[in-house]
Design a protein around this ligand. Structure first.
Ligand SMILES: C[S@@+](CC[C@H](N)C(=O)[O-])C[C@H]1O[C@@H](n2cnc3c(N)ncnc32)[C@H](O)[C@@H]1O
Length: 323
């Protein structure tokens, strides 16, 4: 192998399942250059490590080796340790001349995994919590007087088909549960990463006086705008492309169903965009990462109030500390 070659470690099904439980993502492989692999192996040997860090660079490798555990703190990257199969060990040994039995990697370095969710094959009305009912456009449904209907575009076109937020994923479900409990009627709401607009519509149905829904993905913005129209909520919901930088002013509540690394990168801005004592509902976090996310948000000035879990996912409630 040439040092400029790409080194790909293909993961087994079992390893991918284990990774999913610890970070909620499923990379098919861990990739780096042969040169980086050799440098990392030398650095790890110099530190007398038993574990090979397969990360972007030796500086990150040193950080995670010094810490030596699977927990994330505010300054340090989140790392996952994997047992290697005999075939993987052989492959690595042929390149770095050392038999490593385990490796560590940082899932946040892998950003090629998209937010995609399609309708279940037999879509129908889906009741969520006591009052929300999520429906695909045109579905025949007789609501009861207490139902809060959330109509979503059916997804027949390429723009809306894959947009996340059909109401099946635990990350959406936990945040809907928390909204029903904590969101106050009359509040101003910022929905960061709106996807299909499902949470923006839910906020309006709970009586929010205004909702700004933002997303960096233009297909999501298109879909959320359609959802606002389908629900006759264009006067309450404004949809914009972008992230927190597209939101002017401050809000009573922020809802954010995002990957942990995005939450970490936006933690300080969440605080800047909220009124004192404002509500922050966070989702998109597997249970294994919840403690780390709480630590990051506490450092950014939030008080952790409550967590709910569903399958391996957690929804987290915070309030901005009053000064
Ligand atoms: C998991 S989906 C959530 C969709 C919907 N809110 C829900 O709860 O079902 C996350 C969405 O966040 C968007 N996103 C990712 N990074 C973002 C960022 N930095 N700012 C705003 N939106 C972002 C993605 O494009 C995606 O549509």
């Amino acid at each position: 192998m040439n040092t400029s070659d790409e080194f790909d470690l293909i993961l087994t099904k079992q390893q991918r399942r284990e990774i999913y439980q610890k970070c909620g993502l499923v990379p098919a492989k861990i990739a780096t250059s042969v040169l980086n692999l050799i440098k990392l192996s030398l650095a790890a040997r110099a530190m007398k490590s038993e574990v090979l860090p397969l990360v972007a660079n030796t500086a990150t490798a040193k950080l995670i080796l010094e810490r030596g555990q699977d927990l994330m703190s505010v300054e340090q990257p989140y790392a996952i340790t994997l047992e290697l199969t005999p075939e993987q060990r052989e492959l690595i040994k042929n390149t770095v001349d050392k038999d490593w039995q385990r490796l560590m990697f940082c899932p946040d370095e892998h950003d090629n995994i998209a937010y995609i969710e399609q309708w279940e094959p037999n879509i129908s009305a889906k009741r969520v919590e006591d009052s929300f009912v999520i429906l695909p456009e045109g579905f025949d449904y007789s609501p009861s007087s207490s139902d809060k209907l959330i109509w979503l575009p059916r997804g027949d076109d390429d723009k809306t088909k894959n947009t996340f937020g059909k109401g099946y994923h635990p990350t959406t479900l936990t945040v809907l549960r928390l909204m029903e409990k904590h969101l106050k009627a009359g509040s101003s709401v910022l929905d960061v990463g709106t996807g299909s607009g499902v949470l923006a519509v839910a906020a309006a149905r709970l009586g929010a006086k205004s909702v700004l829904a933002v997303d960096v993905d233009s297909n999501a913005v298109y879909t959320a705008q359609k959802a606002a129209e389908l629900n006759d909520l264009e006067d309450v919901i404004e949809v914009k492309v972008g992230s927190l930088d597209s939101a002017d002013g401050v809000y009573d509540s922020i809802i954010a169903n995002l990957f942990p690394k995005v939450i970490i990168s936006l933690a300080q801005e969440f605080s800047e965009k909220l009124v004192s004592g404002g509500l922050l509902l966070v989702s998109g976090v597997v249970s294994a990462r919840a403690a780390g996310i709480v630590a990051v948000l506490e450092t950014a000035g939030f008080e952790h109030h409550e967590s709910v879990s569903l399958q391996d996912w957690e929804g987290l409630v915070f309030y901005k500390k009053t000064l």
